[in-house]
Design a protein around this ligand. Structure first.
Ligand code: C5P
Length: 401
């Protein structure tokens, strides 16, 4: 959720400032780009050099800075506009009060006032300060501005007293923000099942029947769904692709039968299923336990039908929005519409091998999305991430209709 996000971290002068080193590490590890603005008093609690090293960016403290003897301006407006989100942690009573009242006597406050992005703040102060009506008024005012409060926790405080006022732990801050970002996404609370890649049907211990599917389309669909808030089960046949997205559960399988079994373990619990895998229709009837020896003359391998995973999901469909793929070389539309009906789908994505740049192996694809009312939307040739976004756009429009 935080991957690729530009995060502005504002650190103010409380003892919890030392914890921003851990917070910075967590944000960087999650793939975010982090810039840090420190108040002067924060620099007494945490070293700007530590934060600069961890964030891989210069830490800013003043409106002006000196470089090789020349003065330059730290542009708070640019910083505020650069950020996708701003976190003020720890947020002291002093800074919170200034934020609430529009005071602008340091770079952090000027940046806060310039920021157009969502602003999160994690108060940190002693228990009596936290309880004070003045603080309560300040916090309410900030929340009324649309700023999001990450509540302080109870525990031992720097004063030695026990109570509410400790800054939320860095992990809590990270998950608060992640959950908040997810709550605004169109696929929040949705569980999605996606099949991807080819299947390999064993002939003997070293040989198999397979196809040229790379799995890219299915992986891109999974990534796009996760980025839009879904939890994804991705059942993939043999592919070089991988994912470290913690919202995608990757289940690797080899054969169509294994893919069938993995899908049906999860199908009943998902809201949306997309079958993007190039499943082998047939498998060798007999799988030799030893490597087959070369013999004189031709070889005939008898094949039997594999289960049709998508058809079985169509038969068992209850609440699921079910999407199939059709890769056709002739009578494309008619064949795709036929599959849509026969497999009891809600939509089918048609890609034609006739189109340059479409289909297996290519980094691009050209698809038409056909829903069960036979409404057709045809897209231009696009990269597979763009195609994935288009397909999700169509699905989301229908599940929220
Ligand atoms: O009937 P056809 O194989 O052309 O249908 C393609 C669609 O069915 C794709 O979505 C593919 O993933 C799915 N399929 C399947 N199991 C099979 C064959 C195809 O899920 N055995």
């Amino acid at each position: 959720m935080l991957s690729g996000k530009k995060i502005l971290l504002g650190v103010t002068g409380g003892i919890a400032a030392y914890k921003t080193t851990f917070l910075t590490r967590l944000l960087i590890k999650a793939g975010a780009e982090v810039k840090i603005v420190l108040t002067t008093s924060a620099s007494s609690f945490v070293s700007p050099l530590t934060l600069s090293t961890l964030s891989k960016n210069p830490v800013l403290m003043d409106f002006v800075h000196q470089d090789d003897g020349s003065l330059s301006w730290n542009n708070h407006v640019e910083l505020g506009l650069w950020a996708d989100l701003m976190i003020i942690a720890p947020a002291t009573a002093n800074t919170l009060s200034k934020m609430a009242n529009g005071t602008c006597d340091n770079l952090l406050l000027a940046t806060y006032l310039s920021a157009k992005c969502p602003v999160y703040f994690a108060p940190a102060m002693d228990l009596d300060m936290y309880k004070h009506p003045s603080t309560k008024t300040t916090l309410d005012k900030l929340v009324s501005f649309g700023n999001k409060m990450i509540p302080a926790e109870s525990g031992e405080l720097a004063s030695g007293l026990h109570g509410e006022g400790r800054m939320a732990e860095p992990e809590t801050i990270r998950s608060f923000i992640t959950n908040d970002l997810i709550s605004g996404l169109p696929l929040k609370d949705k569980k999605v099942l996606i099949t991807a890649g080819p299947t390999h049907e064993a002939i003997d211990p070293v040989r198999y029947l397979g196809n040229r599917s790379s799995g890219t389309m299915g992986f891109e669909l999974a990534k796009s769904a996760a980025a839009q808030g879904a939890r994804v089960v991705l059942v993939a046949g043999p592919t070089n692709l991988d994912t470290d997205n913690d919202r995608i559960q990757l289940i690797r399988v080899t054969s169509a039968q294994e893919m069938y079994d993995a899908c049906h373990k999860h199908y009943a619990n998902v809201d949306i299923a997309i079958s993007a895998a190039a499943v082998a229709d047939y498998r060798p009837k007999e799988v030799h336990t030893e490597k087959m020896k070369k013999k004189e003359g031709d070889l005939v391998i008898e094949l039997e039908r594999n289960p049709d995973i998508l058809l079985s999901m169509g038969e068992q469909k209850k609440k699921q929005f079910l999407v199939g793929f059709a890769l056709e070389t002739e009578n494309e539309l008619e064949n795709a519409k036929g599959k849509l009906k026969r497999k009891n789908l809600d939509a089918i994505v048609l890609n034609s091998l006739k189109d340059d740049g479409a289909g297996f192996g290519a980094g691009t694809n050209k698809v038409s999305f056909i829903d069960k009312n036979l409404d057709i939307k045809t897209f231009a040739l696009k990269t597979k991430p763009e195609v994935a976004a288009d397909i999700w756009g169509e699905i989301i429009a229908r599940i929220h209709a």
